[in-house]
Design a protein around this ligand. Sequence first.
Ligand SMILES: Cc1cc2nc3c(=O)[nH]c(=O)nc-3n(C[C@H](O)[C@H](O)[C@H](O)COP(=O)(O)OP(=O)(O)OC[C@H]3O[C@@H](n4cnc5c(N)ncnc54)[C@H](O)[C@@H]3O)c2cc1C
Length: 413
Amino acid sequence: MRTAFWLPEDGHLDPFFLVLANTESARRRGARVMTYTEVVGFSRAGDRVTGVRLRDVMSGAETAIACQAVINATGAWSGLVARLLGVEVRVVPVKGVMVVLSHRLAHAAINRCHKPGDGDIVVPALSVAILGTTSAKVPHPEVLPIEWDEVRRMIEEGALMLDGVTTARAMRAYAGVRPLYDLGAEAEGREMSRNFAVIDHEVRDGVKGLTSIVGGKVTTYRLMAERVVDLVARRLGVRNPCTTADVPISDHDDSLDQLRHRPAQLGVPKPHSGEHPLEPLLCECEMVRPRDAAPWFADPAVRTLEDVRRRTRAGMGPCQAAICSYRLAARLVTDRGLDGSQATRAMADFLETRWRGVRHVFWGSQLRQAQVGTGLQMELFNLDRQLAIDGDRPETREPRLPSRRPVPAEARG
Ligand SMILES: Cc1cc2nc3c(=O)[nH]c(=O)nc-3n(C[C@H](O)[C@H](O)[C@H](O)COP(=O)(O)OP(=O)(O)OC[C@H]3O[C@@H](n4cnc5c(N)ncnc54)[C@H](O)[C@@H]3O)c2cc1C
């Protein structure tokens, strides 16, 4: 390495906490958040949108909500949602693969000084670090294959920047999808614009009550929100100035804020000092206490153990839920009244989602770690045989992970 720059104004954020902070802030102001609920259609009166039709992707139940205005903010899915009303939004889904490394390799984002490319950024994320990323157009936002070659290339590139990339254990790989707004240029992946657009469908397509917000980045999301909400508010006759630029998202001393300070809060008692021992933990890797998870088990928007994971980070650390999964499943029995079979099914579903990421990095110490996890779940907890025993009982099929609508065959390629 010849030169390094430190940018004091550089920063990083936790996307899970950011989304939660936004939804919790909206709920405190009266919004209703409906998780696992998909817009499947609209109702219209002439040229005006008068409501949305919704489908619960877990139960399949359909409902409808009447409304005066709809904001289509569905990222890479914006084009598919707009198509339900027969209008076009040209958004291109661009896949990015990321690799989770078992240690927090640095306390700041580290970026290679070259034109953006694969494996050129390492971002700390509480106990772990994330190595990013790739950039490739995909035919559908839910077709996100992770190729072995992509993972290998990222680790090789990342190692040129930071030794720890190869000494840390690659714990899992996952892919996200960027919603890039197609301005019509023949650009590919990273060459495509990260700009955003507010589309007033009343002006452009003659569909009253529908506005789309597409493109952009996380770093511009509040500006995007301001632009689109200002437009819709004006149409509804609301003249109050938008305050999103001035109001902190987390303006409440709630558990979300405390999560950030958990390691400092828990502290480490000195041996033989007479200090109280640490509270028992639900998840040792991420230091999640039972009381951190308890409110989420009481929240109806939380419907699977995956939801608890996103809100607490339980299961996201180095052992990838090998231990905490059964403690979380036990909470489904004590806090939600599920029976043992249902909780076992929920635990298996939870482990399945962890497995989806782990299987891409099966080598070296991660392979050994996965064998420990499999041994615990299959030999000690008897999970696979228990599932087979319970398999015939229909009530064990709830709660299950949502079944999304199938991706169209032409998009699967
Ligand atoms: C690998 C990668 C790295 C990135 N790095 C950065 C970075 O360093 N800095 C930065 O600023 N940005 C970055 N981005 C971009 C940023 O993550 C995205 O721009 C941002 O997440 C888009 O937010 P969104 O809300 O528009 O879309 P999304 O976060 O995709 O949300 C859209 C939501 O709409 C839901 N939805 C879809 N269809 C329906 C329907 N019919 N009914 C109801 N809901 C529906 C989806 O389930 C989804 O939850 C990165 C993206 C990726 C993939």
